[in-house]
Design a protein around this ligand. Structure first.
Ligand SMILES: [Zn+2]
Length: 346
């Protein structure tokens, strides 16, 4: 029998067990190095959360649809942090609770984020990260450049540019592009080493120029109020401007992303995990329409010519997404079994 819990803040949560492993502390990030810097970072963070030096806030309502009914699909993240993963019963957005409050979040990003992600000494981590950004930048360029006007006329901006690997790809093709990020250490790496036009700040609230396109790659899943955030960014675009977005796509797990391992999506700093339909619905709510996109998620949006009513979320989407996740989990188990068999026969 399913039991629904009503939390202090009124949200309703019912456990939905895709696999028991998502409810066990033993499940830890199992690719890459779990020793050294990463393990030290995890211990430090856990201690700071325990003793209240880092403070968290519980989810109040769904970040996209405002819904207050959820299925809890996991009780830990991939590093073993005790954070719940809740799937909205209305729009199927997966959301972490609790999240760091904004002060603790900036402490987390300045002091822990990179070592948790990379598990490497800073300098080594930067050069590896930059190379990866350039590789991803080439993909972004391939998808976006066909939609852009002449190189000479086009002004671009990347929000959350890090060290500027993506900025460098567009700059090499002759585009005028600027990058913004608040991670000054990594940003400085791009400025000092590659002389990139990067600015250590949040995106300006009152922009002096309007841009033809904005790139937002692996940013939105970290934002506490995605709707408010996109509303702010919208002011920086020309009326015919484009917004290129990439986020981890929940349903890509069925195509073999992360070796079908759903657990790898669950990370303490990911506020939201989207699938294409709810990402589209989020952008429609703030006045955009989708030009193209896929489930592994990249999507290009343009400003809608006039106010449109967002498409209704299909009823039953939560059940159908949960069904997809059950299939992915079966594939994960089969995949793991066959790997073990191959290893045994070697
Ligand atoms: Zn929702």
């Amino acid at each position: 029998m399913k039991v629904t819990h009503t939390m202090e803040n009124g949200i309703e949560i019912e456990d939905y067990v895709i696999s028991k492993r998502f409810f066990r502390d033993r499940q830890k990030f199992n690719f890459g190095n779990m020793f050294g810097i990463r393990s030290k970072t995890i211990k430090e963070l856990q201690a700071k959360i325990r003793n209240g030096q880092l403070t968290t806030v519980p989810l109040e309502k769904c970040h996209i649809c405002g819904g207050r009914r959820f299925s809890r699909i996991a009780a830990y993240d991939r590093y073993g942090f005790s954070v719940d993963q809740l799937l909205c019963r209305n729009c199927a957005l997966v959301q972490t609770t609790p999240n760091f409050d904004s002060e603790s979040m900036s402490c987390f990003y300045s002091n822990y984020y990179r070592s948790l992600q990379e598990g490497l000494e800073e300098e080594k981590g930067f050069s590896r990260r930059f190379k990866r950004q350039v590789r991803n930048g080439r993909k972004v360029f391939k998808r976006l450049s066909g939609h852009l006007k002449n190189v000479e006329e086009c002004k671009l901006i990347e929000v959350g540019c890090g060290g500027g690997g993506i900025v460098s790809v567009f700059a090499d093709h002759g585009y005028s592009i600027v990058g913004y990020d608040t991670d000054n250490t990594y940003l400085k790496y791009g400025v000092d080493k590659y002389e990139l036009p990067l600015i250590n700040s949040l995106a300006p609230e009152q922009p002096e120029v309007l841009y033809d396109a904005m790139i937002l790659r692996h940013v939105l899943e970290h934002i506490l109020d995605p709707k408010g955030f996109i509303c702010g960014l919208k002011k920086m675009l020309r009326p015919d401007g484009l917004l290129y977005v990439e986020v981890p796509g929940l349903l890509a797990v069925n195509d073999g992303k992360y070796d079908f391992d759903l657990m790898k999506y669950f990370v303490i700093e990911h506020v939201s995990i989207f699938h294409l339909a709810n990402l589209k619905s989020l952008f429609e709510k703030v006045g955009f329409e989708m030009v193209e996109g896929n489930e592994d998620i990249y999507a290009i949006f343009k400003l809608a010519p006039k106010a449109t009513t967002p498409n209704k979320i299909n009823t039953g989407v939560a059940e159908s997404v949960l069904g997809e996740l059950m299939i992915a989990e079966k594939r994960y188990v089969e995949n793991k079994k066959s790997i073990t068999e191959i290893e045994k026969s070697d």
